[in-house]
Design a protein around this ligand. Structure first.
Ligand code: MG
Length: 137
């Protein structure tokens, strides 16, 4: 794989990524450690490392932070760690990632209908209770 062309979203399928991750795991005989619980824990640990990049950073400092090449590279690496582990969890449990993401997006569309949430970040339970509540005045 080292001599292959760089991976890109436009040419690389999710299945190919899962195969590359499986190859990485198999070469190291790490499959024996990759049970669902430990992968889920590792996802949380890596998500913590991702969050650490933003710890104590003020909102107005974030754009500058993301323009710093080293910080941007680091963000990509931590994001990749989370994605790799999520793909590994999918593989270990036989999930088809595209089908799973597509099904969850459909659920989210139903939960967050555009006419209710457009331009509003509030959680659906709060918005629904407001919609059903009697209006003031
Ligand atoms: Mg990491």
């Amino acid at each position: 794989m080292a001599d292959a062309a760089p991976l890109t979203d436009s040419r690389t399928t999710i299945g190919e990524l899962k195969s590359l991750i499986q190859e990485f795991v198999d070469e190291r005989e790490w499959g024996k450690y990759h049970n669902s619980k430990d992968i889920a824990i590792a996802i949380s640990v890596e998500a913590g490392e991702l969050l650490e990049l933003f710890e104590w950073v003020r909102e107005n400092e974030i754009p500058g932070l993301l323009e710093d090449p080293d910080k941007r590279r680091h963000l990509g690496e931590e994001m990749a760690d989370v994605l790799i582990l999520c793909l590994n969890l999918a593989a270990v449990n036989g999930f088809d990632v595209a089908e799973t993401v597509g099904r969850k997006l459909a659920m989210n569309r139903a939960k967050y209908p555009v006419e209710l949430v457009k331009g509003n970040y509030r959680k659906y339970t709060e918005l629904r209770s407001r919609k059903d509540a009697p209006r003031d005045g």
